[in-house]
Write a protein that binds this ligand. Structure first.
Ligand code: ADP
Length: 545
């Protein structure tokens, strides 16, 4: 027997309808790419996204067609998203930090038909335009007055483009499983892979993400998504924030400490989210200027591990609660948030920080398990680590244009992360499965060693890779970038680490370099590093032979 409730498909554009009707006067404030601060409301965003939809429809964009956006977080980008969603086309957010050739590869692979972009990226696109065979038109997110001279095909200023139609349009109606958005993983190994969100997965994920133990966003909040809309579905904030009716502040192209501080302060932001590098810049600015954060309540930090010192500074010096979060493009992206369950809520000082170093616990809709190499589950004791696998309605089951399924027979997706789970369900990443060092059949966490090494006052950055060893299979090699004008010896670094980790975890050697390679999203490129040290003979390897 079926239930007798309404069949109300979970279509993502209903989010902006809700925001416009119930929170219509709530503001969306942006730092425009042209410079000045721009203010609009959810009601106006919706009205203009209807124009985007009508214009796309006139251009012949149909259900399932991909429309690329290569753009910063601004009100215009938000309007474009909802306009695209409203006709059942697919927003494809492209990361401008990728190499131009990678951008071309991704756009071709997605077969994007229209490219909506910011002034900033016109020169990059002009260089690769001859390779972008499927793009029929470039829409530049600006007005006629700021429109540059460009060779881009059928280029038009966004304001002229939507200005030529009235907003008399009705959203299209289709199945909730229709593709809504697309985002490629950065492809640190091999070519990037396209993750294809559905309307249903977006809506469910936004509902889950806003829950009190997750991001806990309400209509009384002022949310500043520093994390770009092109990074991992924009951490879903372009959907979650309007869904909850919170005020939205968009940073545009300026993500430096002073610019972010200005927005936090001027618009009384209460919740913000970004990767650790952004917060490093903000903390440096706060320290050098002596500024405070009187309005900010919560900062969401994820994308890579949040350093302990960062959590401590935000909380102790500025009274801002840190919410360490973990996720990935394939998960829409939220997987866990480290808010404190009753079991940990009373902790303070170092003990509280110990828990906050963990990536947190899963919301409803994210099932997790950790397994050994044979797929057997390992215990949730906070010590044993295993491959982290996830299942849920907002987790990918396959990649775009890849015939092979991305999940195992039980429906679990292998995240590629290695993690522990504690008895209260708090997950802690210990490594990426391809980076973990397999020494004598046991696993050594490269991340733990890196975190320890950067604690040395002379070390700016550290990376640990496994190097072949005749006896142990692999042993850790520590690669170090020293802080400016510092010198140090290998023994000095090792002496600092001694006693803080198991003896057999100690790196077999330390090398000093000027630079460690990074991906477009700021992660250490271990593969390049492994290539760089291919054939490296550890002193212990020589001794063993
Ligand atoms: P990109 O490589 O484009 O940034 P993702 O955002 O999808 O792609 O990267 C997801 C990966 O980032 C995760 O699988 C994990 O390895 C890492 N990650 C994300 N959040 C954290 C975190 N809080 N701590 C440690 N690693 C994290």
């Amino acid at each position: 027997m079926l239930g007798l409730m309404q069949d109300w498909p979970l279509l993502s554009y209903k989010i902006i309808d809700h925001a416009a009707i119930h929170h219509g006067t709530r503001k969306v404030i942006s730092r425009s790419v042209e410079g000045p601060i721009h203010t609009t409301t959810y009601a106006d965003i919706r009205a203009r996204s209807l124009k985007v939809a009508k214009r796309l429809d006139q251009e012949g964009i149909r259900l399932g067609d991909r429309v690329a956006t290569l753009a910063w977080n601004t009100w215009r980008h938000l309007e474009a998203w909802y306009g695209i969603l409203g006709i059942g086309a697919v927003y494809h957010t492209v990361n401008p930090r990728l190499f131009p050739d990678q951008i071309a590869w991704i756009v071709n692979h997605a077969e994007d038909r229209i490219m909506i972009t910011d002034l900033t990226f016109v020169p990059i696109l002009e260089k690769i335009a001859s390779k972008l065979a499927t793009i029929e038109r470039y829409v530049i997110l600006t007005d006629g007055a700021h429109m540059p001279q460009t060779s881009l095909k059928n280029a038009i200023a966004y304001e002229d483009w939507i200005g030529s139609v009235d907003g008399d349009f009705e959203w299209r109606f289709f199945d909730e499983n229709t593709a809504a958005g697309m985002c490629y993983t950065s492809g640190t190994t091999g070519n990037p892979k396209g993750v294809l969100y559905s309307h249903r997965s977006n809506v469910l994920h936004s509902l889950v993400a806003s829950a009190p133990d997750m991001l806990g966003i309400s209509s009384r909040d002022v949310v500043l998504p520093v994390v770009p809309m092109f990074h991992a579905n924009g951490w879903s904030l372009a959907l979650t924030t309007p869904m909850m009716g919170a005020t939205m502040v968009m940073p545009g192209a300026k993500l430096d400490g002073a610019s972010i501080y200005e927005l936090l302060n001027d618009f009384k932001v209460t919740v913000t989210a970004a990767v650790p590098t952004v917060w490093l810049m903000l903390l440096q600015f706060l320290e050098s200027s002596g500024s405070k954060l009187p309005y900010l309540k919560k900062v969401v930090i994820g994308g890579s591990a949040c350093p302990r010192a960062m959590t401590q500074k935000f909380q102790d010096n500025y009274g801002v609660e840190v919410m360490h979060a973990w996720g990935m493009t394939e998960m829409s992206p939220l997987g866990t948030v480290c808010t404190l369950k009753p079991d940990y809520a009373d902790l303070s000082g170092e003990a509280r920080l110990d828990i906050q170093q963990k990536q947190g616990h899963a919301p409803f809709g994210v099932e997790m398990k950790i397994t050994d190499d044979h797929g057997r589950e390992v215990p949730w004791d906070g010590k044993t680590f295993g491959r982290l696998k996830v299942r849920g309605p907002s987790v990918a089951r396959a990649y775009f244009k890849e015939a092979e399924s991305a999940i195992d027979k039980d429906g679990f997706f292998d995240t590629g992360d290695v993690a522990t789970m504690d008895p209260h369900g708090y997950m802690q990443i210990t490594d990426r499965s391809k980076d973990v060092i397999k020494s004598g059949g046991e696993w050594i966490s490269s991340i733990d060693l890196e975190n320890l090494a950067v604690g040395h006052p002379k070390v700016a950055e550290a990376a640990v890779i496994g190097v072949p060893h005749p006896k142990w299979d692999e042993r850790p090699l520590l690669v170090v970038v020293l802080k400016k004008e510092q010198t140090a010896t290998k023994d000095e670094i090792l002496a600092f680490m001694q006693g803080k980790i198991a003896k057999w975890w100690m790196p077999d050697d330390v090398v000093f370099v000027d630079e460690i390679p990074h991906t477009a999203t700021g992660k250490i490129q271990k593969m390049t590093l492994r290539d760089q040290f291919k054939g490296y003979i550890l002193p212990t390897a020589e001794a063993a032979e």
